[in-house]
Design a protein around this ligand. Sequence first.
Ligand SMILES: NC(=O)c1ccc[n+]([C@@H]2O[C@H](COP(=O)([O-])OP(=O)(O)OC[C@H]3O[C@@H](n4cnc5c(N)ncnc54)[C@H](OP(=O)(O)O)[C@@H]3O)[C@@H](O)[C@H]2O)c1
Length: 243
Amino acid sequence: MKRAVITGVRRIGYEIAKSLLSKGWLVGLVYKTSQEIYQKLFEEFGDRVFAQKGDLSLWEDAQRCVRNLSEEMGGVDAFIHLASPYEATPLESVREEDIEHHFKPIAQAFLVMCKELKPIMLKNSTDIKGRIIAFGDWATNTTPYRNYSAYFLAKGALHTAVKVMAKELAPEILVNAIALGPTVKPPDFSEERWQEYINKTPLKRAVSLKDVIKLTEYLLEVESMTGEILFLDSGRHVAGECT
Ligand SMILES: NC(=O)c1ccc[n+]([C@@H]2O[C@H](COP(=O)([O-])OP(=O)(O)OC[C@H]3O[C@@H](n4cnc5c(N)ncnc54)[C@H](OP(=O)(O)O)[C@@H]3O)[C@@H](O)[C@H]2O)c1
């Protein structure tokens, strides 16, 4: 049975976990507050679901979650990193703790968990020892939104970390990212504001969860791609200007 560690399981991560579980995987969840997601999956899939509660802002929590989940599942084949705060931090009032609040779970935890996973994945007997997928954002680097400085600083570091890790972990472990466009409405957005975001995509529709799951599962099978950041964003990155 294949084994995946997934962080950030509240919404999109939950859908990915559910799909992998329904295909027979063992899944180890890392949650900070979403214990009900673990319970929900445990009720449906029983002892193929494992979980660690942790704050990925903390280096030692990131290490502990990987080590414990690997021990419980008997190893790890895949790591899918979705954990990410998404809070407005206007430049005039941005504080050190805002930067840390975003940077540590998004970028630092990714690096720490990859570091911990390397020796674990290298024990696998398969040709390709492991696959790692990070969830980025279509607007990172070249077209950031205004007022999200802490978030974009962290996502920029995550996109870079994907390339760094692809090099560090080759040839045995593949590392790629999905840069998502508007998929699931952030809880603090009004319907109107969300519709505006969607209308800015050339395809005039939100990214479908079905596509997110399919692309994730493709990256869990791919043999000859690493260091890639794939835009899954209804074409948003070709539409130009952001506000
Ligand atoms: N939704 C979209 O349309 C969209 C668009 C572009 C990019 N993305 C990216 O896609 C991914 C998933 O998005 P989503 O909307 O499903 O996310 P979400 O519902 O906002 O959930 C964020 C997740 O991050 C976890 N998290 C935050 N801080 C953490 C910390 N310090 N330690 C551990 N976990 C932490 C939360 O864990 P708990 O729930 O356990 O607290 C939660 O599961 C994210 O990386 C996001 O940036 C999403």
